[in-house]
Design a protein around this ligand. Structure first.
Ligand code: ITT
Length: 192
């Protein structure tokens, strides 16, 4: 089965394609001829996820799924949340992390979680799948793998950040992996 992953984020594409398995052929936005900026204006992670998938289905008629993700920090009332990508006003991960660290400078509560919502539109029928992982924001960035906030996010039960893990290790436990497992189970039911 062919499915388009409605993302412009190569890291997401790599993480998902590594785990999707042979039953599904992943198409990129470029593969289906989509060079448009996908809408992300709903103000929520689940809403943005839906907007991106609906856009591809409506304009290209291709079964697809979208991923909207974010980092929720308890001491910041859930920020950056839906604004994770542009938290500092740009997509620059170092600037986003710097802003996060500045806002947490006097905080002892460093609890946070990553959230992912996948929206699948399969032949026009929509389903959402959620994943999340709890952890803490460490004071100094560590590691060079991954992307975004990975160098400062240490999942509970581990002494390494996501950026210190291989893609396979992160892919076994991450918010995205958990949403993906649910979506794959659903897809396998549909093609039985
Ligand atoms: P698409 O919308 O094209 O899929 P994006 O990068 O804009 O790509 P989001 O709108 O979901 O994706 O933005 C979420 C941001 O949250 C992302 O840019 C990262 O800064 C951060 N983020 C999401 N997942 C992450 C992960 O697994 N590790 C680290 N940071 C992550």
């Amino acid at each position: 089965m062919e499915l388009c992953f409605a993302t412009n984020n190569q890291h997401k594409l790599d993480e998902v394609s590594a785990r999707l398995g042979d039953a599904f052929t992943l198409k990129t936005l470029r593969d289906i001829g989509c060079t448009d900026e996908l809408p992300e204006t709903s103000g929520t992670i689940s809403g943005n996820s839906r907007q991106k998938a609906d856009y591809v289905w409506t304009h290209f008629g291709v079964s697809c799924f979208a991923d909207d993700s974010g980092l929720e920090v308890d001491a910041l009332n859930g920020e950056p949340g839906v604004d994770s990508a542009f938290y500092s006003g740009s997509r620059d991960s170092e600037k986003n992390i710097q802003k996060l660290q500045n806002n947490l400078a006097t905080e002892t509560n460093r609890k946070a979680r990553f959230i992912t919502v996948f929206t699948l539109v399969l032949h026009g029928v929509e389903h959402q799948f959620k994943g999340s992982i709890e952890g803490v924001i460490i004071a100094e960035s560590r590691g060079t793998g991954g992307f975004g906030y990975d160098p400062v996010f240490q999942p509970d039960g581990y002494n390494r950040t996501f950026a210190e893990m291989s893609m396979e290790e992160k892919g076994a436990i991450s918010h995205r992996a958990q949403a993906l497992v649910k979506m794959i189970a659903y897809l396998k039911e549909q093609i039985k």
